[in-house]
Design a protein around this ligand. Structure first.
Ligand SMILES: NC(=O)c1ccc[n+]([C@@H]2O[C@H](COP(=O)([O-])OP(=O)(O)OC[C@H]3O[C@@H](n4cnc5c(N)ncnc54)[C@H](OP(=O)(O)O)[C@@H]3O)[C@@H](O)[C@H]2O)c1
Length: 266
């Protein structure tokens, strides 16, 4: 049987997931169903042959993988609505922040495969970092879910207790990295580049730095050492950034977000 996927709650993240699934040919357009109440906002997808509906139950009936991407306060009601029609062929994946796997299991209260996945919006271009947790899963279902997210970037299985941390480091992390790019651009303009060129240079440089780490597994500081000539310009700039709190600012920002997500969950 073809994989049939429903995305329940197709907003920012849901659309990004749909885009990634389609680009990676993980699902045929006719096997993908997207839901939201205001379906007119999904007309682009409808025109491409994707099923669009505001009926979550119909979407679940037509699919075997159910990805829930509504806001946290909607999660329980939305899931309770379709729980009665779930069967053992379904795999439910929640991307919702702050609802842990045991809470989901309590809401669904049936012998159904349940996963949480924390992707980021780069999933739309198959470059997500997706952290996955599960509730007592068999290896087959773990492979199905992991294979799906591996086609959309990289994925790792983590303990559910770390999902809050994954949300900050990977999902919020996109915004943190983009702010670095913006700051770099602004500086680039001040030292002579037009905005568009500054953006390209800043963004491609971050991509290169990232690929150096991912492709080699070396610690980032090893690559820093290769760029910092004694008495050189790079170390002067780096030390000035650190003097002004660069690393500590990033760490404090991540911790503040983490503290907030931890308090929201309580
Ligand atoms: N954005 C990210 O980078 C990111 C990353 C990881 C995880 N998450 C998590 O993913 C979830 C979605 O985030 P988001 O940024 O995509 O939010 P969003 O843009 O608000 O999307 C949620 C969508 O759910 C739809 N919706 C609301 N009630 C519904 C219902 N009863 N049935 C079907 N659809 C319904 C809304 O559309 P209508 O109003 O038209 O129904 C809306 O488009 C959140 O829980 C968030 O924590 C987000």
């Amino acid at each position: 049987m073809n994989t049939k996927i429903a995305i329940i709650g197709t907003g920012n993240l849901g659309k990004s997931i749909a885009d990634g699934l389609l680009k990676s040919n993980s699902v045929n357009p006719e096997d993908l169903t997207l839901t939201r109440r205001n379906t007119s906002k999904l007309n682009d997808y409808k025109n491409r042959g994707i099923n669009i509906t505001n009926n979550n139950i119909d979407a679940v009936k037509q699919s075997n993988i159910i990805i829930v991407a509504v806001k946290p306060h909607k999660f329980e009601n939305v899931v309770k609505e379709f729980t009665p029609i779930l069967n053992q062929n379904h795999i439910v994946i929640s991307t919702v922040t702050g609802v842990n796997i045991k809470d989901i299991k309590e809401i669904i209260d049936a012998d159904i495969s349940i996963f949480r996945a924390m992707p980021n919006t780069a999933i739309s271009i198959q470059e997500s970092m997706t952290c996955i947790s599960s509730y007592k899963q068999n290896d087959d279902n773990i492979s199905i879910v992991k294979n799906m997210f591996n086609k959309l970037g990289k994925s790792v299985i983590i303990n559910d207790e770390l999902m809050g941390s994954a949300t900050i480091l990977a999902a919020s992390g996109i915004a943190f990295a983009l702010r670095y790019i913006r700051a770099s651009m602004q500086a680039g303009i001040e030292i002579g580049f037009e905005s568009e060129l500054a953006q390209l240079i800043a963004a491609q440089t971050v991509k290169g730095a990232s690929s150096l780490v991912i492709n080699s597994d070396f610690h980032p500081e090893r690559e820093v050492d290769r760029v910092t000539t004694p008495l050189g310009v790079t170390i002067t700039g780096l030390n000035k950034m650190e003097f002004n709190g660069f690393s500590s600012s990033v760490i404090q920002g991540v911790l503040s977000s983490y503290n907030k997500i931890s308090n929201v969950k309580k």
